[in-house]
Write a protein that binds this ligand. Structure first.
Ligand code: UDP
Length: 328
């Protein structure tokens, strides 16, 4: 495994050391566990001594991300879709991450994106009822907020969203919104200990390794373009903003949200609250990679949110969450 990844996993494990006893020998089901965030999540759990079952259909995830885990006695992989996957195993915790996550795939795999989040979430919640789980974590998204006006930036969990239900991002945005409602319904009817995280832009090794050239997220694509010395494709005027969280901070936050006591039913933003324009990100990548690449301006995709920055005061207060890794 890449030495950067190894060191980073050690850092996550060190931060989660106080939770070791809650994790060791417990069984975790992680759907979408071969994806970018999912595979890091599995890595951390395996290192901390959990028994991990990872389910992924590789629509978005990749074998490369989990190959190194296949030999571990406490890791099991099932290649399956969350819509059809069945099991007799009993899990202590269920973490439902399976979904397409790259904006350009939302329309291409539109029905799959909707299904994984709606029907898939329902199936995993039914399994949670059957298993009487100790915790159910659903990975929602900043996309549930849509395109918030300036007065709602940074965006707190209490903001209801400004979302187009009939646009190019709708399958993802509305799928995730529906999934949140499923979590609430199952919590109310069956008392499932659901916890919902709204994940903001996250980056690190394994982001878009399959899709970098064609479909990749800005961060992975810009780095790839800068290293290849081809133009960095900035959409629109590049004045739209995002706030980028490094994967180690994200995974530590997710596990804390799942494992800390008294957080059942909570919805928490996790991300980094340092906002940057996409243009500045492109310039930063060119500078850091010492690249000769130019910038190429291309049309802005429809419904591309103008600004995105999380209000993370709830995560700071409830989880002691504090992103350690700066963008540079
Ligand atoms: N973006 C860009 N060039 C690219 C890819 C993305 O300028 O080659 C922009 C995109 O329009 C958006 C931002 O970068 O404003 C972040 O896009 P990404 O696909 O990473 O994820 P999003 O935050 O939109 O879900």
């Amino acid at each position: 495994m890449d030495t950067i990844i190894q060191q980073d996993i050690k850092r996550i494990v060190a931060e989660l050391n106080p939770f070791k006893e809650k994790i060791r020998n417990k069984s975790f089901l992680v759907t979408g566990g071969a994806g970018f965030i999912g595979s890091w999540f599995c890595d951390a759990l395996v290192e901390l001594g959990a028994n991990v079952t990872c389910v992924d259909n590789f629509s978005n995830g990749s074998e490369e991300h989990i190959n190194h885990l296949m030999q571990k006695g406490n890791f099991k992989f099932i290649q399956a879709d969350v819509l059809s996957f069945t099991t007799d195993e009993i899990f202590d915790y269920i973490v439902h991450m399976a979904s397409i996550a790259s904006p350009l795939s939302f329309s291409e795999l539109s029905i799959e994106t909707l299904d994984a989040n709606t029907l898939g979430t329902r199936r995993m919640l039914e399994l949670a009822v059957k298993n009487k789980v100790k915790g159910f974590l659903f990975t929602s998204t900043s996309e549930v907020y849509g395109d918030p006006p300036d007065e709602n930036i940074p965006t707190p969990e209490t903001y209801y969203g400004y979302v187009n239900s009939y646009g190019p991002r709708a399958t993802y945005d509305e799928g995730k919104r529906c999934a949140e409602a499923y979590c609430l319904a199952f919590r109310n009817r069956f008392n499932i200990p659901t916890r919902i995280v709204r994940i903001f832009n996250t980056y690190g090794p394994r982001l878009d390794t399959k899709q970098t050239s064609q479909y990749g997220r800005a961060m992975a694509k810009f780095i790839h373009q800068a290293l290849k010395r081809v133009p960095l494709t900035v959409y629109g005027d590049g004045k739209q903003t995002r706030s980028f969280c490094y994967i180690t901070d994200q995974v530590a936050g997710l596990l804390k949200l799942l494992l800390l006591p008294n957080l059942d039913g909570e919805v928490v933003n996790i991300g980094n609250d340092q906002e940057i324009t996409i243009l500045d990100l492109a310039d930063k990548v060119i500078k850091i990679t010492n690249s000769k690449s130019e910038k190429q301006f291309l049309p802005l995709p429809k419904d591309d949110p103008r600004r995105r920055c999380p209000d993370i005061s709830k995560a700071r207060k409830f989880l002691g969450f504090n992103p350690h890794v700066s963008l540079d």
